[in-house]
Write a protein that binds this ligand. Structure first.
Ligand SMILES: N[C@@H](CCC(=O)N[C@@H](CS)C(=O)NCC(=O)O)C(=O)O
Length: 198
């Protein structure tokens, strides 16, 4: 399989952690894509030009990251990323954590992709509000940090992304989440193994 991503993509990191934890890494070859240029290979795989995209051995292109996780689950003896007995809860947790990454990404794009004179602070605050509400919600219903499913893996990637791009100081505001991430890191070395050198 070919995974088109970058070392820094939080969505790509979800896929890499899942592959490491569930022993699929040897089946996946990672190549770097670039959504900001005319990367025809990426655009052919995913017309939206977003990463990650996975090409199966049969040549089928799969995106987005959540669908790739669903695909990886089909390669396991039983689904572990979206376990059948808690599928809906896991899908909701996955959606919430994905939303944190998306809001963080929009803040980063506003800061880095838009000319400084056009940066719109209320838009950044709007996105930051989503992240704050999501993290507050997670506090009362956090996934088990010792189980690697789509919810916990994506939450860890979201927190790692906030650490990198600093959309807000989540460590000061949500100390319980620091403990949660420490527990996830201890349980799954794949988290640190997929940290990009920034
Ligand atoms: N929902 C998509 C989001 C993917 C995404 O936004 N990836 C970023 C990189 S981290 C990207 O490709 N951005 C370029 C763009 O939006 O054109 C997924 O889960 O795969």
């Amino acid at each position: 399989m070919l995974l088109i991503s970058t070392p820094t993509s939080p969505f790509g990191r979800k896929v890499k952690i899942a592959a490491l934890v569930y022993g699929l890494k040897p089946l996946i070859h990672v190549e770097t894509g670039d959504p900001w240029t005319n990367d025809e290979r990426l655009r052919t795989a995913n017309p939206l030009g977003k990463m990650p995209a996975l090409i199966t051995p049969e040549g089928k292109a799969i995106y987005d990251s959540g669908v790739i996780l669903e695909y990886l689950d089909t390669l396991l003896d039983a689904p572990c990323l979206f376990p059948a007995e808690r599928r809906i809860d896991t899908l909701v947790r996955h959606a919430l954590a994905d939303g944190i990454i998306e809001a963080g990404l929009l803040i980063t794009y506003e800061r880095m992709r838009r000319p400084a004179e056009f940066t719109y602070a209320p838009w950044i605050e709007h996105q930051r509000g989503k992240i704050e509400r999501a993290l507050t919600s997670v506090l009362s219903d956090a996934p088990d940090p010792t189980i690697a499913d789509a919810g916990s893996i994506t939450l860890a990637c979201a927190l790692g992304y906030l650490d990198w791009r600093k959309q807000l100081d989540w460590r000061a505001a949500y100390p319980a989440m620091v403990e949660w991430l420490d527990a996830f890191r201890a349980a799954f070395p794949a988290f640190d193994a997929t940290k990009a050198e920034h």
